[in-house]
Each structure stands twice: as C-alpha cells, then as structure tokens.
Design a protein around this ligand. Structure first.
Ligand SMILES: [Zn+2]
Ligand SMILES: [Zn+2]
Length: 116
C-alpha cells in the first residue's frame, strides 16, 4: 500500500501546484463537487420541470421501446457541454432510462446513433 504514495501528482486544476493522489487537491476537490451539486440541482429546478413537461407533450413515447415516456434525458449530458435544446433531448420510459443509467456513455452514444 506504500506504493500508492508514489502516484502523487499535480492537482488537475490549472496552475495549482498542490500534489494529490486524487484528481484534485482537497481545496479544488471541494470546488469541483460544488459544480456537480449545481448540475444536479438543475434537475430539480422549475425550469427543467417545465422544459421536460413541454418535451414530453410533443414526444410522448419512449425513443427506444415506444412505450409511454415519463423521463427526458440529455443525449450529450449537461456536464459534458450538452444543451437543453430539443435536439439534445430524448424521451424515454422509466425502464429504458434506468437501463441507460447503467450503460457507459460511449456505448450509449453509439447505440443511439445506430437507431437513427
Ligand atoms: Zn488544486
Ligand atoms: Zn422504453
């Protein structure tokens, strides 16, 4: 286990000289998780609820299985720079949505492209 300490590297935050075994030094790790928290909070915001309801009204069926959709998902996740434009959204049912959650993003992207 002493070997792990050999892998100290610079914090991933630009210009930060701190050494860490994680991606960020403790100071930047904190800032980074705050960004994630803000991203998650978006999905509970009235703005997203409204957008989601609007999208489901015009896309009532699951993109994958054709059952009644109840979830709206970003094709390119927001934290990877995806927008809230309808072209970056897809409607899906609960079971397809949870299946998506368990597949890795890259594989998912290819599966979605193959469907088009
Ligand atoms: Zn840092
Ligand atoms: Zn479905």
């Amino acid at each position: 286990m002493a070997r792990r300490s050999l892998f100290l590297k610079a914090c991933s935050s630009t210009g930060c000289p701190a050494l860490t075994r994680e991606r960020f030094c403790p100071r930047h790790q904190h800032a980074y998780s705050r960004v994630r928290a803000v991203a998650n909070a978006f999905y509970h915001s009235p703005a997203w609820r409204a957008l989601r309801a609007l999208f489901l009204a015009s896309h009532p069926f699951c993109y994958f299985c054709g059952l009644r959709a109840s979830e709206v998902d970003h094709i390119v996740p927001r934290h990877q720079g995806g927008t809230d434009d309808p072209s970056n959204l897809m409607a899906m049912c609960k079971s397809c949505h949870s299946r998506k959650g368990s597949t890795n993003g890259e594989r998912w992207g290819r599966a979605a492209a193959a469907r088009c």
